[in-house]
Design a protein around this ligand. Structure first.
Ligand code: SF4
Length: 314
């Protein structure tokens, strides 16, 4: 992918609040673990997920990946969800739901473009301390299976976990060695009850993106910001990010925050694809009736879509 004069918003579609690992030191799931012991109760309703996928399609938001903690769904449930999202979105999806084995990847292959390995921190010593239950080796093994099956590979990296810019050489080696197609950077957003108190300086965060872009002109780079850091977006785009993620786009649709993202894109000289600010006229019946899904599920999607639209109009 060439470094372009366009940019866009990518939405991670969140599937569940449960994660069987729940011990990564920066993660919201680790703080929720004592309260969520039953994965069944932590799942979103399929209609809510499917309505969100439909909204992504209508508003021109890319689906960054389907995201969820380890073992929050059975394989059968996941397959049904992925198939239905694919039917709605009409493009193959990225998955970021933990390490998947070959049999599972084969099963999902008709509907997915690739998988995202949640590496988070490239410094191996820090990684093992921060993510004790998800060793890098497992992600690397999954990437080998992806090569065999012809699936694309991506990773997520959080900046601000204690790494330094000297660790960039490790990231450079990792991207080259595993021939990654995409990377998503996040600036650490410290959650209450974790050991972290503040996110990284925007210039330091942008430096990781700049170095990655310089080393890999064709790599797709997505950068996460947060509502309290939106002024950094033009900096991240100028540093070489293609798209922007990690914005509560439904909740904050057309607010000053959403306008700021589009303004920041303009400031960086990019044309913003899709919209975070202008709600088009949506004929819910027409949009949903045409979907190749069961009638009772369609009715539930209509109710959910209407509630999202109402929220966005507020
Ligand atoms: S594996 Fe992922 S979802 Fe689970 S605790 Fe770690 S970062 Fe959070």
């Amino acid at each position: 992918m060439k470094y372009q004069n366009k940019t866009w918003f990518e939405r991670a579609i969140f599937l569940s609040w449960y994660c069987s690992k729940a011990d990564c030191k920066f993660c919201l799931m680790s703080t929720l673990r004592p309260f969520i012991k039953n994965p069944k109760k932590a799942k979103r309703h399929p209609a809510s997920i499917l309505a969100e996928a439909l909204l992504c399609k209508i508003l021109g938001w890319k689906i960054e990946f389907l995201s969820g903690g380890y073992e929050s769904y059975t394989k059968k449930e996941l397959l049904s969800l992925i198939k239905n999202i694919y039917k709605i979105y009409k493009k193959k999806l990225w998955l970021n739901i933990g390490v998947l084995d070959e049999k599972t990847l084969m099963l999902f292959k008709p509907y997915i473009i690739g998988v995202t390995g949640a590496v988070e921190c490239i410094n191996p010593r820090l990684h093992d301390y921060l993510c004790p239950s998800k060793p890098l080796d497992e992600i690397i093994s999954m990437f080998k299976v992806c090569d065999k099956l012809g699936l694309k590979k991506s990773i997520t990296i959080i900046i601000g976990l204690g790494e330094t810019i000297e660790d960039f050489s490790l990231l450079k080696k990792f991207i080259a060695k595993h021939k990654l197609d995409k990377i998503t950077f996040y600036a650490l957003n410290p959650h209450p009850n974790t050991i972290f108190k503040k996110g990284p300086d925007p210039l330091y965060y942008a430096e990781w993106i700049r170095k990655t872009r310089q080393a890999f002109p064709e790599l797709e780079i997505v950068a996460g910001s947060w509502v309290n850091r939106l002024d950094e977006i033009s900096l991240l785009l100028k540093a070489g990010a293609n798209g922007i993620t990690k914005f509560p786009a439904i909740k904050l649709f057309s607010t000053e925050y959403a306008h700021k993202i589009e303004e920041q894109a303009e400031l960086a000289g990019r044309k913003f694809i899709g919209t975070l600010t202008k709600l088009p006229k949506i004929d819910i019946d027409e949009e949903v009736n045409q979907l190749d899904l069961h009638d009772d599920l369609k009715e539930k999607i209509k109710i959910k879509l209407l509630s999202y639209i109402k929220q966005m109009k507020k």
